[in-house]
Ligand binder design. Structure first.
Ligand code: DX5
Ligand code: ZN
Length: 241
């Protein structure tokens, strides 16, 4: 089982003071989650290349860019060149997600694919052997501060079962509404990477908020392992055919 990670989402930070905001959590985390929104894929515009370039100069933490944009083929390689270590895109917007994954790997990035709440795991199953991460959205993408959707947790469990069956090691990231109250459900289902915006940047003691999230996730994961919910007794049906 891989080490658990919390990735604070700067969407909930003060954009006028981004360097200080990132520094306020940097001691606790390996990566910072950077939500790139273009006003087309989602009804919101957040930030783009110049901000990622500035962040790269401001921190030595890894930049985990989540692209909620309609043209990742153009912008994902540019973000890697600007210094992003990890790129996650929503694969339904590209004609050839495999080619984009290969290109980003060639450039040295880790690559993830993302599923909106309505999108089934079947949409990305063919890609999972080639990626470093699956992002299971637990809110409708576009805005921070929404409530965690518990109806997305079974998809996390399904993905963990699929990962075990493939013998693969891709991370399972959950993103949206992750709080100390909800993180346990995702961790017990097999998620290992937790994006947290409001629950970290909205806290009065941000480092403590990250530590609380991690401790809660670790306890829930250990519980999940004890009760066998992280094991895959039966392979998923589709895998049998
Ligand atoms: C939503 C973004 C999330 C968001 C998470 O479209 O992908 O990363 O910033 O923020 P919270 O934790 O506030 O839901
Ligand atoms: Zn995100």
């Amino acid at each position: 089982m891989s080490e658990l990670r919390v990735a604070p989402s700067i969407l909930a930070a003060d954009f006028a003071r981004l360097g200080e905001e990132v520094a306020s959590v940097a001691t606790e985390v390996d990566e910072i989650h950077v939500d790139v929104m273009d006003g087309h894929y989602v009804p919101n515009i957040s930030l783009g290349n110049p901000v990622v370039a500035s962040l790269r100069r401001a921190t030595d933490r890894q930049l985990d860019c989540h692209l909620m944009i309609t043209d990742p083929d153009t912008y994902a390689p540019q973000l890697v060149e600007l210094g992003a270590e990890s790129i996650t895109f929503h694969p339904e917007v590209t004609d050839d997600p495999r080619a984009l994954i290969a290109e980003l790997h060639d450039r040295g990035a880790r690559v993830g694919v993302a599923l909106k709440p309505a999108h089934p795991l079947a949409m990305v199953e063919e890609l999972l052997a080639s990626v470093d991460m699956l992002l299971v959205m637990t809110v409708e993408p576009g805005f921070g501060g929404q409530a965690f959707r518990e109806d997305c947790v079974p998809k996390v469990r399904e993905a963990a079962a699929w990962r075990a069956r493939l013998g693969a090691s891709f991370r399972i990231q959950v993103d949206g509404g992750v709080s100390v109250e909800m993180i346990g459900a995702a961790a017990a289902a097999g998620a290992d990477t937790f994006v947290a915006g409001s629950s970290v940047f909205g806290a009065s003691d941000r480092p403590a908020a990250v530590r609380d999230l991690l401790a809660t996730a670790r306890a829930a994961m250990a519980d999940g392992e004890r009760h066998g919910s992280l094991r895959d007794p039966e392979p998923p049906d589709r895998a049998r055919s």
